[in-house]
Design a protein around this ligand. Sequence first.
Ligand code: AFP
Length: 328
Amino acid sequence: MTIHDFFEAEYSDSVNQQNIWAVLNAITKAAVSVSDDLKKAALLENVLGSQGGQNVQGEDQQKLDVIADLAFIEAFKSCGAVTGIGSEENEAFVSFDTETSKKADYVVLFDPLDGSSNIDVNVSVGTIFSIYKRLSISGESTDLGDFLQVGSKQSIAGYVLYGTSTMLVLSWGEGVHGFTLDPDTNLFILSHRNMKMPLSSRLYSMNEGNIKECEPGVAEYIAYCQSQENDFNGPYSGRYIGSLVADFHRSLIKGGIYIYPNVPAAPKGRLRLLYECNPLAFIAEQAGGMATTGRKRILEIEPEALHERAPLFIGSKNMVEKAMSFIS
Ligand code: AFP
């Protein structure tokens, strides 16, 4: 079943169905284009490598960050249902400001190419997105308030994983569903219906290079995972790809916990609340998992800035609860 047919059959809000499908359709189109670019990247000129600049976060921009950003912006702009976007690669939100888009109902926040430092070594990367209903008045330009909504208000959250296959995983608040791109037809086909995250597993995921720098509770939890005195009576396996989407997707399917805590180099965590933590938190909860800062539910944070960061403890419910029990 194609994503379109599944959406038509299962999405229960008939008033908004047509408009929000236009947004999702834009995402599938841009994802196919980015997936193609990634597959051919090493064979094309001017696609691999650094763009030579930094984004608003002070991180090196890869050429593919920019290519993916433009592909998604163009798809959203032309779909007619999006009034503006916020992206990791743009300092301010972008208001589309045509007569049609001023009347459009939705804003989208996204990270066009998460884990892009992994592209040159042929490791999985992803696109993460959040769709919200605008709060501003229809017919006027979108404003910052449309983008600074609490994560629990997301209309649809999801990600595209460009891995051994390209997959789109999403939730509109009625479970989590996964679609695999059929490269022969360029259609996303339902492959994972009603995904559920295992309540626990023996997998933990963290950049352990930071272990001596983080607060004691995090190091104590990792020591617990590595000890003989844990719930499995033996060491867990460590798995860290460095592409959040790929690390999260593994947890969704096999169970596990992913932790990116506060560290001195990133005192509020490294990951961005609005287009990394919130969408994945929404998916995690819909799949029966959990997402917190270590102290507070991610989906209840009132955002204050477009690119704000948050510490993230996400994954299997029992594991996130256990990790939190070590944090004072
Ligand atoms: P990039 O998109 O800039 O490569 O950042 C990737 C990321 O936001 C996330 O996908 C990784 O899990 C995390 O950063 C990796 O950070 P460290 O290199 O500090 O472990």
